[in-house]
Write a protein that binds this ligand. Structure first.
Ligand code: EPZ
Length: 455
């Protein structure tokens, strides 16, 4: 796995960032209007789904982010021709899919986890697939056991060797009964992308039902697939002989929208987030209001603002959809450092998602991370041994500091902290933020932030 600095530099370079450092002078409210477009966590999977079609696919509202360019590279080395006829519009032509050398796959994948989702489509198209050692954000071990167990259930042969995993399907792929130990987003996508062309019916239980999953199912249905979403996280997929290309506009990035909302709250600002959708953010909006933020829902977006007055502490437990999403906690924690009282954030999805709090404490926050989580009330998913909790005591004034971004959402949280703090902060590894936040520097400029960025 690359070092964090290498990842940041590579991620930044993929979207044309010339510098990996930003200097922010905080204390100014962010005010203005910005746009969020297609979701990172859907667009990258939609691009992979194009591999399943016999004809070209058209994906719209593709965000200009580093992770999209990683998938573009991986698809190109597998023979997919990609053209960009307009801003955010991508045509993916899978007519000449071919296998790629594992060293090439490894080089293109870098620290992304996306290669795991190529398995089903490549096994269908080529009868083999290869996965290098996977990376991704350093927020947990992020094993792929659910993925491999599912692929084996379809009849794939999984061969682990020193440079990765090689998969074959000597007898083709057949529908299966699969129960996920945890409603994993990635493993659900794995099953969907494999079952749609497998022989027979697949029954998937304890599936993830995030909005991005529903949008992927909409894409597969457009391609000719038969996917039934039943109550209680059960999905039935009836395999078909062939699929055609799709035309689709990606769901908007609710994680980016929630992040800018958190920035408006912490900086006492007022941001209209064009493209934010209430139905994708219901749980976030409730918590946002409970902390003391206000929002107005419009047809074309949501206005998020600090209405004045004191912020209030809350207890948050991250969860699978429709619970409070794990990707929302890091950006919101900064506002909680300014709340009057003790807030608790119980992280139940990933085992190592509080590293970012170290830098916040260096800036004057009062956050204590408890290695043992909380005995939460009745939950959608069983308690897991690695859960953690952060106890945030506020309000404490924040002051500028030199910070190194640890991961994507932690990085955005550090941007918010620097914008909220008195004085100057120097943030490095900002390339990591470009992995999932489109044109974040231009958006900061639009919102009146005071900063220097050499890139
Ligand atoms: C997706 O990751 C998102 N990433 C994550 O967003 C998001 O946090 C996560 O779903 C949960 O909503 C993308 O879509 C690219 P999981 P994914 O499989 O699919 C464990 C961001 O910031 N697990 O639902 O990797 C796993 O370790 C990123 O945009 C296994 O144990 O998440 C974790 O504890 C971060 N074995 C939990 O399940 C497996 O085989 C949830 O993982 C698979 C997962």
């Amino acid at each position: 796995m690359n070092s964090l600095v290498q990842d940041a530099a590579a991620a930044g370079a993929r979207v044309g960032l010339k510098s990996d450092e930003i200097v922010i002078r905080g204390g100014k409210p962010l005010i203005g209007r910005i746009e969020v477009r297609g979701a990172k966590n859907l667009a990258t999977k939609a691009m992979v789904a194009a591999l399943l079609g016999d004809t070209p696919s058209i994906l719209r509202d593709v965000p200009d982010i580093s992770d999209v360019n990683v998938v573009r590279g991986l698809l190109s080395i597998h023979g997919v021709r990609i053209t960009d006829p307009a801003r955010g519009e991508m045509i993916l032509d899978p007519s000449n899919v071919e296998s790629a050398h594992f060293a090439e796959i490894d080089a293109h994948a870098g620290s992304s986890r996306i290669p795991i989702l190529f398995c089903g489509p490549l096994l269908h198209r080529l009868g083999e697939a290869f996965i290098p050692d996977l990376g991704g954000c350093r927020i947990g071990d992020r094993p792929i056991d659910f993925h491999l167990d599912a692929l084996r259930a379809f009849g794939a042969v999984v061969d682990k060797n020193y440079n990765g995993i090689h998969l074959t399907a000597p007898n083709g792929l057949k529908g299966a009964e699969i129960e996920l130990p945890y409603p994993s987003v990635g493993a659900t996508e794995q099953v969907l992308l494999t079952a749609v062309l497998a022989e027979g019916v697949t029954e998937l239980r304890n599936a993830a039902i995030e909005p991005e999953i529903m949008d992927l199912i909409a894409i597969l249905q457009k391609m000719g697939a038969i996917v039934n979403v039943e109550p209680n996280r059960v999905i039935f997929i009836e395999g078909v002989k062939s699929l055609r290309g799709y035309t689709h506009r990606a769901i908007n990035d609710r994680n980016e929208a929630a992040s800018w909302a958190a920035a408006a709250l912490a900086t006492k600002g007022d941001i209209f987030v064009e493209g934010a959708k209430q139905q994708d953010l219901m749980t976030f909006l409730n918590v946002f209001r409970k902390v003391g933020g206000e929002f107005d829902v419009h047809e074309d977006g949501i206005r998020f603002y600090h209405p004045g007055g004191e912020l209030k502490p809350v207890v948050i437990e991250t969860d699978v959809h429709p619970g409070f999403m794990t990707d929302w906690q890091q950006p919101l924690v900064v506002a909680l450092t300014q709340a009057h009282g003790v807030s608790i954030v119980h992280e139940t999805v990933y085992e190592n998602r509080f590293q970012f709090t170290e830098a916040l404490n260096d800036m004057g926050a009062q956050i204590v991370v408890h290695k043992d989580g909380l005995k939460g009330a009745e939950r959608r998913v069983a308690r897991r041994e690695f859960e953690q909790a952060a106890v945030i005591t506020g309000p404490t004034p924040l002051h500028g500091a030199d910070i190194r971004v640890p991961d994507l959402r932690g990085g955005f949280s550090h941007l918010i902290a620097a914008l909220t703090a008195e004085g100057e902060s120097k943030i490095s590894n900002v390339g990591i933020i470009a992995r999932g936040y489109e044109h974040f520097v231009a958006k900061l400029r639009k919102l009146g932030a005071d900063f220097d960025f050499a890139g």
